[in-house]
Design a protein around this ligand. Structure first.
Ligand code: NAP
Ligand code: MG
Length: 483
């Protein structure tokens, strides 16, 4: 495929291309231009040129265009979900969910963008008007990872466009195809330069967006390491940064939790997208008395999950995205075992010729000295640790540098309240892990990031604030000179 700059399908100025492969079969699906800093700068120039006119398009017209984009995605729903399955790997139903969430997010911001553009506070004096105006920034640079390439992108471009910004997108190197098709099929009616996609590595294209003086706002989802790099690289420019970074989400099972439902909830929370979710459950705390029965039921449940290519209807768990990612998970398991943990099921590479598959693992006997309980594993692992009191469970949940999400299973209102008051995480899920809400903000505390996506907060992320003070009569004031 080609990339989309200034309303044209173009190659890189370098002429280079890079392959996109299917992680289930390791077959090359297609190639995309290997964009360079020059290509990124070309797209920024187009977005900057398109901005003054786009900013003046009425909010209702922008809403119509966003609704039209959502409708066109609905028309190509199956094609988008299938292509996403081929390049990203997770099972088709998870990709259908991703496309569904994405187009609903576009509809949500289409309406939100025309709802308000500021507020009118009381003025300090008679005959005056105070206006708080929300204005777009200009060009928004949007950089996303491969695990939810469409959803995480739409969380950025839908509010950015609704707020009146133009956008330059750098998709992840591993998953640019569905993004290009989405723009081709659903965003072709936007004026040239309003939406641009520059494929190519983050270190070439993303980094150029990050440093470019004409890109005043960067919306990034990815690792904490790259987030820190972006913060350092932009410190001198006072850029507005929205950084959605890594996590090490805890799941606390309370002593009143119904065993069967908690086991099902946990398997889903930890293994959806093969555990490659920023808010994936990465560590679990179970009451000591419950642990033997709970771990046995969980291991039995996890062992029954069917591994396979995401495109097969019989698949529950797809491949991981790549060999290095899988090797890291195996290292985390080996480190835990070397320190005394026990693997109840999984953790092995299955006997298949192709694809980055790994059997989902359940571990017991883990503690916080192990990498699997401290570092982001980003794979199909469920380490279970025993706790004695609910105080201890909360302390363990908070014993991390991250603060993205946290889950609890309980019907005890006192425990629920303590959990959401005391656990430091941007999202708290009670009894329904990982369900997002367009109207509810999403993002991280601590090292998990800065800023929020979704909700009104997600729109405000793409607005800057201006205060207008207007004395309508304009007479001479008694507090002016002379004193
Ligand atoms: P990553 O390595 O940080 O990559 C994310 C994106 O940044 C990719 O598009 C990447 O390009 C690009 N990039 C790399 N270096 C860059 C640079 N110097 N300047 C600008 N952009 C650059 O993350 P990942 O390992 O692919 O993704 C998994 C991580 O994302 C995990 O830590 C996960 O927790 C996090 N995540 C967070 C959220 C959230 O909402 N908080 C959601 C999903 C994932 P290339 O593709 O070319 O490397
Ligand atoms: Mg990476």
């Amino acid at each position: 495929m080609k990339m989309w700059i200034d309303g044209q399908w173009v190659d890189s100025v370098s002429g280079g291309v890079m392959p996109v492969t299917n992680p289930a079969t390791q077959e090359v699906l297609d190639t995309v231009p290997a964009g360079t800093p020059e290509d990124a700068a070309r797209a920024v120039a187009a977005a900057r040129a398109a901005y003054p006119a786009w900013r003046r398009v009425s909010a209702v017209e922008r809403a119509h265009m966003l609704h039209a984009a959502a409708a066109k995605m609905r028309d190509r729903f199956d094609d988008l979900a299938r292509l996403l399955t081929l390049e990203e790997g997770k099972p088709l139903p998870e990709n259908e969910e991703e496309i569904d969430w994405s187009l609903n997010t576009i509809d949500y911001y289409a309406e939100l963008g025309r709802h308000v553009r500021g507020r009118v506070p009381p003025s300090p004096g008679e005959g005056q008007l105070s206006l708080v105006l929300k204005e777009p920034y200009g060009v928004a640079g949007c950089i996303v990872p491969w695990n939810y390439p469409i959803l995480l992108l739409v969380w950025k471009i839908a509010p950015a466009l609704a707020a009146g910004n133009t956008v330059v997108i750098n998709p992840a190197s591993l998953t640019p195809l569905t993004t290009l098709r989405m723009v081709e099929w659903a965003f072709d009616h936007f004026p040239p330069g309003v939406v641009n996609v520059v494929t190519g590595s983050g270190s070439a294209v993303g980094d150029t967006l990050v440093r470019h003086p004409d890109v005043p706002v960067i919306a990034f989802t990815g690792s904490t390491a790259v987030g820190q790099h972006i913060a350092r690289a932009t410190a001198g420019q006072m850029k507005h940064l929205h950084l959605e970074l890594g996590g090490k989400d805890p799941f606390v099972i309370a002593d009143d939790a119904p065993l069967d439902a908690a086991v099902e909830a946990l398997a889903y929370a930890a293994l959806i997208n093969t555990g490659q979710v920023c808010t994936s459950t990465e560590r679990v705390y179970v009451p000591r008395a419950m642990l033997p029965q709970f771990s046995e039921a969980l291991a039995e449940r996890v062992a029954r999950l069917r591994l396979g290519p995401g495109i097969e209807p019989t698949t529950d768990v797809g491949p991981m995205i790549g060999a290095a990612d899988r090797a890291k998970v195996i290292e985390h398991i080996a480190d835990a075992v070397s320190k005394g943990a026990r693997v109840l099921t999984g953790g092995q590479i299955p006997d298949v010729e192709k694809g980055f598959f790994l059997e989902p693992a359940v571990l017991v006997g883990v503690d916080h000295t192990m990498r699997i309980m401290r570092e982001e594993t980003f794979g199909p692992t469920i380490p279970l640790m025993a706790y004695d009191t609910f105080d201890e469970a909360i302390a363990l949940a908070n014993d991390t540098e991250y603060g993205l999400g946290a889950c609890l299973y309980s019907h005890d209102a006192r425990k629920v309240r303590r959990f959401y008051e005391e656990v430091q995480a941007g999202t708290i899920w009670i009894n329904d892990p990982l369900t997002d809400n367009y109207a509810g903000p999403f993002g991280g505390m601590k090292m998990s990031g800065i800023g929020r996506e979704l909700g009104i907060e997600g729109l405000e992320a793409f607005w800057q604030t201006k205060h207008v003070h207007w004395d309508i009569e304009g007479g001479v004031k008694e507090w002016w000179y002379p004193y």
